[in-house]
Write a protein that binds this ligand. Structure first.
Ligand code: PMP
Length: 379
């Protein structure tokens, strides 16, 4: 959708892009300074595959400070982004034919990476009524002797759902009955949380030894282009990830790594200011969408997305265009309403559309106006 929006913009059409998956903020100044210093200090060579030791130590410190978890630097593998950490993790644990449970809606890369690893995807559909979260009963029912891995994100892209401590504890109780199942906990949106402290499933008894935490700098520090992700994992998984990564990319960028120490151990005030801005936008967009006839919305607790159910518009038409599904709706909104959103079909939630509020308040106000007008025209 971003690409189509750019094409329309190139034709002179003013499109409001609400499909964006990255913060619209700039990287904090002190982190940029650290990168400039790294260049001047000569950090220009190959790095160890898993990352410099002192950067991995900074990750260990961060996991203790924010999550109360104890790791050793050998359990940390840095990469060129959470995306690479995810494929490293999946390739380390999944053999052909192993079942991988993914609650839906989910970030589309998960299933594609499981396919690359020849795993068998088992989707579990989570309803808007349950806040798009998997229940312990659903999890228990999905686990079979072939289940190797369960993977999820909290806060979630695309739904914005955040699992509470009690909800994670209830899932952990299920996992404790199934000791052979690994868990990938994608915590890339950790800091973009509107309801309180971030909770990791790794904190519960028996979980850290089978959980692979995935995180990175992209979202919380507005550093998508810098490419820094990491995993914190059981030692044998970290070793597997190191081996795999050594044949794909080697260690990630030396300059980014030096700046990572500053990001992880430095001042979090710019991150908090960004989240406060997102909080205001979320309030505005949530209210506006809740008041839009035909949309069903659940209040997102994290990340920077809203994920309304728009299925009441399926079967309706305007200007000779009939909307049969969420894909049609997003194309109609783009071409006729000049507002860009992403179809839920991409996230295995075909009734929904994803709106990103990683955009200025002014653009959000205009975008919402266009969305409401285009939806109202559907009869
Ligand atoms: N996980 C989720 C849930 C995401 O939304 C994204 C980015 N869209 C990533 C991982 C990848 O982040 P990175 O830039 O660190 O590769």
């Amino acid at each position: 959708m971003s690409k189509l929006s750019r094409e329309l913009k190139a034709q002179g059409i003013d499109v409001i892009d609400l499909s964006i998956g990255e913060p619209d903020f700039d990287t904090p100044e002190h982190i940029k300074e650290a990168a400039k210093k790294a260049i001047d200090d000569g950090y220009t060579h190959y790095t160890p595959v898993a990352g410099y030791l002192d950067v991995r130590q900074a990750v260990v410190q961060k996991l203790k400070r924010d999550n109360g978890l104890d790791y050793t630097p050998e359990q940390i593998v840095l990469s060129t982004g959470a995306k690479q950490s995810l494929i490293n993790a999946i390739m380390s644990v999944v053999d052909p034919g192993d079942e991988v449970i993914i609650p839906t809606p989910y970030w589309v890369t998960y299933s594609e990476q499981v396919k690359l690893s020849e795993g068998k995807i088992v989707f579990v559909n989570c309803s808007l009524e349950n806040g798009f979260k998997i229940t312990p009963e659903q999890l228990e029912a999905a686990i079979t002797p072939k289940t190797k891995l369960f993977m999820f994100s909290s806060p979630c892209n695309p739904s914005g759902a955040v699992y509470s401590k009690a909800e994670l504890e209830a899932l952990a109780a299920v996992f404790n009955r199934h000791p052979n199942v690994f868990v990938i906990s994608d915590e890339i949106y950790e800091y973009i949380n509107y309801v309180g402290r971030h909770e990791s499933i790794a904190q519960f008894p028996g979980m850290q030894e089978r959980t692979i935490i995935i995180n990175g700098l992209s979202k919380g520090f507005a550093m998508t282009g810098w490419r820094l992700g990491y995993m914190a994992a059981p030692l044998e998984v970290a070793k597997g990830a190191d081996k795999i990564q050594s044949q794909f990319t080697s260690g990630t960028c030396s300059i980014t790594q030096r700046a990572t120490i500053t990001a992880l151990t430095g001042d979090l005030a710019p991150t908090q200011a960004m989240v406060e801005e997102f909080r205001k936008r979320r309030a505005f967009v949530y209210k506006a969408l809740s008041e839009t006839p035909g949309l069903k919305v659940s209040e997102p607790e994290g990340a920077f997305y809203l994920f309304p159910d728009a299925s009441s518009f399926f079967g309706k038409s305007a200007e000779g265009t009939t909307i049969n599904n969420a894909d049609d709706l997003c194309m109609y909104l783009l071409n006729k309403g000049h507002v860009s959103m992403v179809s839920g079909a991409a996230f295995q939630a075909p009734n929904c559309i994803r709106l990103s509020y990683a955009n200025s308040m002014e653009k959000l106000e205009e975008g919402v106006k266009r969305l409401q007008k285009a939806l109202a025209a559907l009869k």
